[in-house]
Design a protein around this ligand. Structure first.
Ligand SMILES: Nc1ncnc2c1ncn2[C@@H]1O[C@H](COP(=O)(O)OP(=O)(O)OP(=O)(O)O)[C@@H](O)[C@H]1O
Ligand SMILES: [Mg+2]
Length: 288
């Protein structure tokens, strides 16, 4: 592994709250090699988005810091593109123009045609060329997320940061985009950090799965190396013992070692509200 591409060193963060500082993260240490695909998994509220936002330069760590290719990350930058948990398109710009705005300064010096071809290529990857002139309010949540992914890819970032990028999508679109992401990652070799709640997605896509402890003062609990050869085929992997072993490891971490104990009464209430207890713990298949 090439070391020293992206390093999180002793990262900790305190958020100010009316009751005093709240320590969300402490002692997060992680070295990521160039081109590596790392997933972050952990229960809701443990601090995954906070880690990603610190790498993006949107939050400043209270202790420690992030170093990318030898330089400390202090601000957001185009070499670290983010796909947010909730799509974040500019509502007054069309699909095409949202992507165009993001690539304008990374493609300075290119001709109009080159720029248009590049925007179209990235929108094709996510199957959104049919809606170029639509405003975000005129397309579905899943479509907005696809445009967000195209926008991030079009910036050709060194590091692609994705916060539950496929969480809002139906299963087929999700599978299709996971496959596209694997192809794009193989072609471009960018470093990816992706947050997911989906255990299958984490195993299918990752070189390493970073499993986080529950907060407050959350940190990395375990790291699992996924040594499945690439390219990976979801159908073949379904019966692969190694694949199932990895799945089991992650599920054990989440539901045994980091189990969240909920009082029985809350399960009864959720059943009465129409959501079964299994569904509550598992709103997506095997989701954390
Ligand atoms: N700006 C903030 N001020 C105060 N507390 C915050 C702030 N941002 C996050 N937190 C707290 O830090 C913790 C981690 O939040 P974070 O959003 O990183 O969790 P997460 O793992 O991404 O959760 P989810 O899976 O639900 O998205 C939570 O307890 C959250 O309430
Ligand atoms: Mg989050």
């Amino acid at each position: 592994m090439q070391a020293k591409h992206l390093e999180l060193e002793q990262v900790g963060i305190d958020f100010p709250t009316p009751k005093g500082p709240f320590t969300a993260l402490t002692d997060v240490n992680l070295k990521i090699a160039k081109g590596e695909f790392v997933s972050l998994i952990g229960h809701s509220g443990c601090g995954k988005s906070t880690v990603l936002n610190i790498v993006a330069g949107l939050h400043q760590a209270t202790t420690g810091g992030v170093i990318l290719d030898g330089a400390e990350v202090k601000n957001p930058g185009p070499e670290r593109a983010v796909v947010f948990q909730n799509h974040s398109l500019l509502p007054w710009l069309s699909v095409y123009k949202n992507v165009e705005l993001a690539v304008k300064h990374t493609m300075r010096g290119k001709s109009k045609k080159e720029m248009r071809d590049w925007i179209m290529h990235n929108l094709e990857l996510v199957h959104m060329t049919h809606a170029l002139d639509k405003l975000p309010s005129e397309i579905s949540g899943g479509m907005k997320q696809r445009v967000g992914i195209a926008r991030a890819l079009a910036m050709e970032p060194k590091v692609l940061l994705m916060d539950e990028p496929f969480g809002a999508l139906d299963a087929l679109t999700r599978a299709h985009l996971q496959d596209s992401l694997m192809e794009i990652h193989a072609d471009l070799g960018n470093t990816v950090i992706m947050i997911t709640h989906d255990v299958d997605e984490a195993v299918l896509l990752s070189d390493r799965i970073v499993m986080m402890n529950n907060g407050p003062a959350a940190t990395i609990g375990e790291i699992l190396d996924i040594e499945l050869p690439r390219p990976r085929d979801r159908l073949k992997l379904a019966d692969n013992p190694q694949y199932n072993h990895y799945r089991h490891e992650v599920l054990t971490f989440l539901y045994d070692k980091q189990k969240k104990i909920e009082p029985v009464s809350s399960h009864i209430k959720s059943n009465q509200a129409g959501g079964g207890s299994a569904k509550k713990a598992n709103s997506k298949s095997d989701a954390a």
